[in-house]
Design a protein around this ligand. Structure first.
Ligand SMILES: Cc1ncc(COP(=O)(O)O)c(C=O)c1O
Length: 429
């Protein structure tokens, strides 16, 4: 069946997020049938290098034989049983494997399915943590300008807005906000706000090192450590949202490690299963977790949970994925590929149609510089790159590259060259 017929069937029954369905057909969407390593293959057999790692989730390649085997083996046992009140081997094994690897000391993991849910859990945990300590005045959060933490109402509230979500502003609960990583002295301003408002703050929420959805805004790791240290000295829990930066994307397993910080609460998602299955987790340090201990069904219990929390199939895949990161020395590849990506983007950075290139590890944002009145450059550049066989997606006029951790030097070159050609096509040589 042709792509056109698939798109017709698609738009008749599927509602795509962050997508205007009235022109979905006209935007020549890729209809994927299968994956092959770092490539997606569409229903007509055309291959696309997945340079956004399927919205930043895929790590070691699609259709990976080892991850496939882990999934198949787990399915022979069980795919899911509830973690509400009972346990399951797969999430226990995953939590044991994650515990020594995350920067939260001696953590407990509360599992969910999406990044936004992990953030939602984190902010509720921080809120109840203070109630458990008998403090009811800590009723707000410090969050940063440009922040993005997901699309549920709580995660939208700590997020800074934008992306066409302003109509939901009346639903957002108010938080304190200081500027994000595009402001030079953001850390100083955040530290000042922490000092001035510490009696009211349930937590501070940070995306360490990279504000991804803001267009890959990057910061000095020392600034993150300064803010985290100030918060922790003032007894304000630090929530690190590593949904995007976690699992190797910035060059270390977690970005918090480059910042030298130990968050009190941490959000994991996206790459946790290598892009195989929806799974996320909120990790809590002992001083947080232990305040929740009390009498059975008492008020210290965390009354929150999802049907698919700790899905066994996803957890088994995530455990195998952690082993693969070591077995294949994936983080070494990230270091090499990140250097190659910097080189491949150098000509792009010099292009007259480009304002700036920002990068940490394998996350990069190429900010285009459209003339006044020009519209949709980001969209047009990505459409052109997709035609050339490299899947890219822009946020506004920032073309985002989030390369697979298993990307090869040749593929990195292909990303740089294709993007340069696409910018030529839209902005002129
Ligand atoms: C930092 C950050 N937090 C949370 C989320 C939300 O994750 P999800 O889309 O899985 O809900 C994202 C998604 O891009 C993110 O970048």
């Amino acid at each position: 069946m042709s792509i056109a017929s698939w798109v017709e069937r698609d738009e008749r029954v599927v509602w795509h997020g962050f997508t205007q369905m009235s022109c979905y057909n006209a935007s020549t969407p890729v209809i994927v049938e299968k994956g092959d390593g770092n490539y997606l293959v569409d229903v007509e057999g055309k291959r696309y290098l997945d340079a956004i790692s399927s919205l930043w989730v895929m790590t070691v390649g699609h259709n990976d034989p080892d991850l496939n085997q882990a999934a198949a083996e787990q399915m022979q046992k069980i795919s899911h049983s509830t973690l509400l009140g009972n346990g399951n081997v797969a999430p226990i094994e995953l939590a044991e494997a994650l515990a020594p690897r995350v920067p939260v000391p001696d953590p407990h993991f509360l599992f969910a399915s999406d990044g936004a849910a992990a953030v939602e859990q984190a902010i509720k945990i921080a809120f109840q943590y203070w109630h458990n300590r008998g403090v009811t005045t800590r009723d707000t959060y410090l969050a940063l300008g440009e922040a993005y933490h997901g699309d549920t109402v709580g995660s939208l509230s700590v997020g800074a807005g934008g992306f066409g979500t302003s109509m939901f502003d009346p639903l957002r609960f108010p938080v304190m906000r200081t500027p994000g990583y595009n402001t030079d002295n953001w850390a100083e301003l955040a530290t000042k706000a922490l000092e001035e408002n510490h009696n009211r703050l349930a937590a501070v929420v940070l995306e360490p090192l990279v504000q991804g959805a803001a267009g890959i805004l990057v910061c000095d790791p020392l600034d993150v450590s300064q803010v985290a240290a100030a918060a922790q000295e003032l007894d304000i829990p630090v929530i690190c949202d590593e949904v995007a930066t976690g699992f190797g994307r910035t060059g270390t397993l977690f970005a918090s490690q480059q910042c030298g910080i130990a968050p009190d609460i941490m959000c994991l998602g996206k790459g946790i299963t290598g892009g195989y299955a929806p799974l996320s987790a909120t990790a809590a340090a002992p001083h947080v977790y232990e305040t929740f201990l009390g009498p059975d069904l008492g008020e210290r219990t965390f009354y929150h949970g999802h049907s698919y929390s700790g899905n066994a199939l996803a957890c088994a895949i995530a455990s195998r994925h952690l082993q693969i990161l070591d077995e294949r020395r994936i983080l070494d590849n990230v270091q090499t590929a990140a250097a190659a990506l910097a080189a491949a983007l150098a000509p792009v950075e010099a292009h007259h149609g480009v304002k700036a290139v920002r990068r940490r590890g394998l996350m990069a944002g190429v900010e285009l510089d459209p003339p006044p009145g020009a519209e949709l450059w980001g969209r047009m550049v990505c459409a052109n790159a997709v035609e050339r066989g490299v899947l890219l997606r822009a946020i506004g006029d920032v073309v985002i590259i989030v390369a697979p951790l298993s990307v090869t030097p040749g593929e990195v070159e292909m990303i740089g060259h294709t993007l340069a050609c696409a910018i030529d096509a839209v902005a002129g040589r």
